[in-house]
Design a binder for this molecule. Structure first.
Ligand SMILES: Cc1ncc(COP(=O)(O)O)c(C=O)c1O
Length: 388
């Protein structure tokens, strides 16, 4: 049996989500903007999903905009605010150096079009220091975008405090909560944010659907122009089956969040402690509060790609970091921002647990991984490898 420990890349669809989507495909084919009964059925499916998604975020249903992905939600937030803030002369954008590419490359694109941007550093903990935001922010800053938790190392960022600093300077605050929705309790009011992104496929929902929550009254210039769907924020006929799937996934996640978070934290801690004990010269990357399902570990002297492939041959799926940037052979920008040497960054593996994982799965990794590390270390020290 193959073992899947890469839930931060994506998660399997819960069968109940698949059933709901199947039902929506067959039953809710009407256009949600149509007035007739077929349209109303589709609209009702959207309304249900909007309520369930809002509930997961401690938000009002009307303030949830469905998008085509977490990436699109991040784009809508940052581009939408950046454009809307232009008349006020706010042309500066801030994010952290450890954001997902969805945020980093959006800032990069905007800087080519006249905006300026600042990336906040992180120390070895993998956490943004609010003092760095305080030093970087100006009265020309339009938006600060700092993720709720990092996808590669799981560190939770001090979002409420950072949002407070942004607001004190008249800037808006966006958080990418793609890796926390369904893993940690989220309350948009307690977090004090203005915009928050999520993605269905990280919480046992389908791919290709996400949501952006925006505070009521927020001015956004939508990058996509067209029909008046999603309160004029996201033009295009809604993907009703996918959105229905997000709604059911959000409801299921909310109903089991506390229990599942505790269960996964116990498994993760057992995995981490076991590997630290059995593999000499191994370390955990990132510290402080982390999402309960994630650990990122360096096995010094081992090429992470080689270890990943060796584990895959044993039927165990892990990751070297973000699925979007793997295969590039570039050391992770997150680990590099934390000050890890390229060698250590390239010896790092991410384990991300999820719904089906059990104690037996953890034991399987604890048995399989240490001998692979011994073998790969021996190989990398051999003269043949040195001359290769
Ligand atoms: C933190 C974070 N933000 C954004 C995304 C992008 O979400 P999506 O895959 O739905 O575009 C991901 C997923 O890889 C992520 O981990």
């Amino acid at each position: 049996m193959r073992l899947y420990l890469d839930h931060n890349a994506t998660t399997p669809v819960d069968p109940r989500v698949a059933d709901a989507m199947n039902d929506a495909v067959r039953r809710c084919f009407g256009n949600a903007s149509s007035i007739h009964a077929f349209g109303q059925a589709a609209k009702a499916a959207l309304d249900d999903a909007r309520s369930a998604t809002a509930e997961l975020l401690g938000a009002r249903a009307n303030d949830v905009i469905f998008t085509g992905s977490g990436t699109e939600a991040d784009n809508l937030a940052i581009r939408g605010v950046a454009e809307a803030a232009l008349p006020a002369g706010r042309r500066h954008l801030i994010a952290s150096a450890i954001e997902h590419e969805a945020v980093l490359n959006t800032l990069k694109a905007l800087t080519k079009r006249g905006w300026t941007s600042t990336l906040l550093p992180v120390g070895p903990s993998g956490v943004v220091d609010p003092a760095d935001l305080e030093a970087a922010i100006t009265d020309r800053t339009a938006i600060v975008s700092i993720m709720h938790a990092n996808n590669e190392i799981g560190t939770v960022q001090p979002v409420a405090e950072l949002a407070g600093i942004a607001h004190a300077h008249g800037a808006l605050f966006h958080t990418d909560a793609v890796q926390t929705a369904g893993k940690l309790p989220i309350d948009v009011t307690a977090l004090g944010v203005d915009l928050l992104s999520i993605s269905a496929h990280k919480l046992n929902g389908p791919k290709g659907v996400g949501a952006l929550w925006t505070r009521r009254g927020m001015r956004l210039v939508a990058p996509t122009t067209g029909g008046r769907q999603e309160r004029n924020r996201r033009a295009g006929t809604e993907n009703v089956p996918a959105i229905a799937g997000l709604g059911v996934a959000a409801g299921l996640a909310a109903s089991k969040l506390a229990v599942e978070a505790g269960r996964l934290a116990t498994l993760r801690d057992r995995l981490e402690a076991g590997l630290l004990e059995r593999v000499p010269d191994s370390t955990v990357n990132g510290s402080g509060e982390r999402v309960p399902n994630t650990t990122n570990m360096s096995f010094h002297g081992v090429e992470a790609e080689a270890l990943l492939i060796a584990l895959d041959l044993e039927g165990i799926a892990v990751s070297t970091g973000s699925a979007c940037s793997s295969g590039t052979l570039q050391p992770s920008h997150v680990l590099r921002a934390m000050g890890l040497t390229p060698q250590r960054a390239q010896s790092s593996i991410r384990f991300s647990l999820g719904l089906g994982n059990t104690e037996a799965d953890v034991e399987r990794v604890l048995d399989a991984l240490p001998p692979l590390v011994v073998r790969l270390r021996a190989l990398s020290r051999s003269p043949a490898h040195a001359h290769a």
